[in-house]
Design a protein around this ligand. Structure first.
Ligand code: UD1
Ligand code: MG
Length: 450
């Protein structure tokens, strides 16, 4: 049976204390909503519908970024979770299958758990995902009778006996599309909060003689994010999992807890990642690379056998070929570095292409910005750029060419040429000694005066 994925994301998230809609706050550099969409993707949904309200346009843009085929529907006022699912009624009108409802602020439900729910659906009209809570707090309580779920009671409406139950509602629910909307039509807002509760469909289904059950998952999977503290907790959970995955894949993390990863970080086998390295979004690292301590990478690709850092910064568009060396305090942006080339110390290479086997001396800067526009620098193969060369773009340096240290290069340098663009040196014999004596005399005189 095909499945449609519905994600509820209209809530304001007051406790985040933010101008940004809650579901757009990021975990590992992707909105939590995208994590929820990825969780649901495990069921290969035929349709995806996101219910948005607060910050509708921003949410729509973020969804389109991740999955242009997803539909975003508007829930004008937030009258409860059943009301939110009801907002998808038209979007799913012609859909003939099951609907799984996830929350946009509950990003870590595993694919395995969702599959378990799908299996349980074979014998049940409605399947709810529950977890045994360490601290059940204000979660809805699942009232079970053997394997059968009798009803869900929201905390605000629960009796003391019901509040003592620790088996709680995660919010994830699965039912056949027509049946789900039929049950929702019967929900009334007769409760402490005056809202249309999705949880009420359980009792309604039971009254109609339908079978309802709950599948249990780990509490870690149902972490709901309502505050910055929860967000930090979610980040920690994600990072721990991602680090463990890398270790399993044959990556050495010398101090795993100090390495920060993004939702899409890819690192190959036999790489060594030294402490305090940060992987922003869009980084791929091939095997056998060493990323040395305190390096910051985003939107870049590092090929086999390269060494990066310590203290290197690779910005978006940095493309390192095989066996390159990028050393300390070097920044690379929107630039390709050819095979075996080295940029070892204190340099900025931006909007540039560097050929194979080229050495870029310490303190080299591509002057790519004139205050209004960006310009390109091209450097050939086996070139040697002397220390402290300023390459004023647009400019090209040929193959096997050389620039003298301290040069300000404003014109193209042909293949095999040496370019010097610095003032001639003037040397005055004996003048240093004279100067020193003069200065020492001055200092002595001052001392006598005071
Ligand atoms: C809900 C459940 C509760 C469960 C808990 C798990 C109900 C009635 N209660 O409570 O049993 O233990 O989640 O975290 O379902 N939303 C909308 N539109 C609305 C209302 C909510 O889109 O009108 C979205 C929110 O943005 C959020 C999700 O639905 O992503 C859950 O809403 P929330 O208000 O957090 O429900 P809880 O009170 O936490
Ligand atoms: Mg909640």
């Amino acid at each position: 049976m095909s499945t449609a994925l519905v994600i509820l994301a209209a809530g304001k998230g007051t406790r985040m204390n933010s101008d940004k809609p809650k579901v757009l706050h990021q975990i590992a550099n992707a909105p939590m909503l995208v994590h929820a969409m990825q969780a649901g993707a495990a069921l290969e949904p035929a349709r995806t519908v996101i219910v948005a309200g607060h910050g509708f346009e921003e949410v729509r843009a973020a969804v389109a970024d991740h999955d242009p085929d997803a539909t975003v529907v508007m829930q004008e006022s937030q009258n409860g979770t059943a009301h939110a699912v009801d907002a998808c009624r038209d979007a799913l009108n012609d859909f003939d299958g099951d609907v799984i409802v996830l929350f946009g602020d509950t990003p870590f439900v595993s694919g395995e758990t969702l599959q378990k729910m799908v299996s349980a659906r074979q014998d049940n009209a409605v399947v709810v995902l529950g977890f045994d809570a360490q601290d059940p707090g204000k979660y809805g309580r699942l009232v079970m009778q053997g394997d059968s779920l009798e009803k869900i009671v929201e905390f605000a409406d629960a009796s003391p006996e019901e509040r003592a139950i620790t088996f709680c509602n995660s919010g994830v629910m699965l039912a056949q599309r027509a049946q789900l909307f039929d049950l929702i039509s019967a929900v009334q807002p007769h409760n402490a909060q005056g809202e249309y509760y999705l949880t009420d469909i359980v009792g309604i289904a039971r009254d109609r003689g339908l079978s309802v059950t709950a599948v249990e998952c780990d509490e870690d999977e149902t972490l709901g994010i309502n505050s910055r503290a929860h967000l930090a907790q979610a980040e920690a959970i994600f990072q721990d999992r991602a680090r463990a995955e890398l270790l399993d894949l044959g990556v050495t993390l010398q101090q795993p807890g100090s390495v920060m990863l993004s939702f899409d970080t890819v690192i190959g086998r036999d790489c060594v990642i030294e402490p305090n390295t940060y992987f922003g979004p869009g980084v791929t690292v091939e095997s056998g690379v060493r990323i040395r301590a305190f390096s910051h990478l985003e939107g870049c690709h590092v090929s086999r056998g390269s060494i990066v850092g310590p203290y290197a910064r690779l910005r978006p568009g940095a493309e390192l070929s095989e066996r390159t060396h990028i050393g300390n305090f070097v920044e690379i942006k929107n630039a390709t570095i050819g095979e075996g080339s080295k940029v070892n110390h204190l340099s900025y290479v931006g909007d540039a292409s560097v050929g194979k086997g080229t050495n870029i001396g310490a303190g080299t800067i591509t002057c790519n910005y004139d205050g209004v526009m960006k310009h390109q620098t091209n450097i050939g193969d086996n070139a040697f750029i002397g220390s402290n060369t300023m390459l004023v773009a647009p400019v090209s340096i040929g193959n096997d060419a050389m620039t003298g240290s301290g040069s300000v290069i404003t014109k193209d340098v042909p293949d095999a040429a040496l370019a010097l663009a610095r003032a001639e040196q003037v040397t005055k014999p004996g003048l240093a000694r004279k100067l020193f004596e003069m200065l020492k005399m001055k200092k002595k005189k001052r001392g006598e005066e005071s």
